[in-house]
Write a protein that binds this ligand. Sequence first.
Ligand code: ZN
Length: 88
Amino acid sequence: MNDPTLPRACADYEHDLVDLHDGALAPEQARTVRLHVERCARCRAWVQTFAALDAQLAAGLPRPALSANFRRATSGAADRPVEARRTR
Ligand SMILES: [Zn+2]
């Protein structure tokens, strides 16, 4: 989440805010995050922007695919056998 158009949420809460939006937080954790959002204008603005962005994506923009570079980097690591490190 390095989109420069997003306002910055508190670093400690940014991931929790996404999880809260996705409904992925445990109930008591969700309550803590919601309490913070109520008191924190920065996080409130972030949540609103994120929700609007998410709604736009859901409204029809294609989900971004993994870049070719990412695939090459990860498959390269996976192709390297672990045993190679132990041979001598
Ligand atoms: Zn905050």
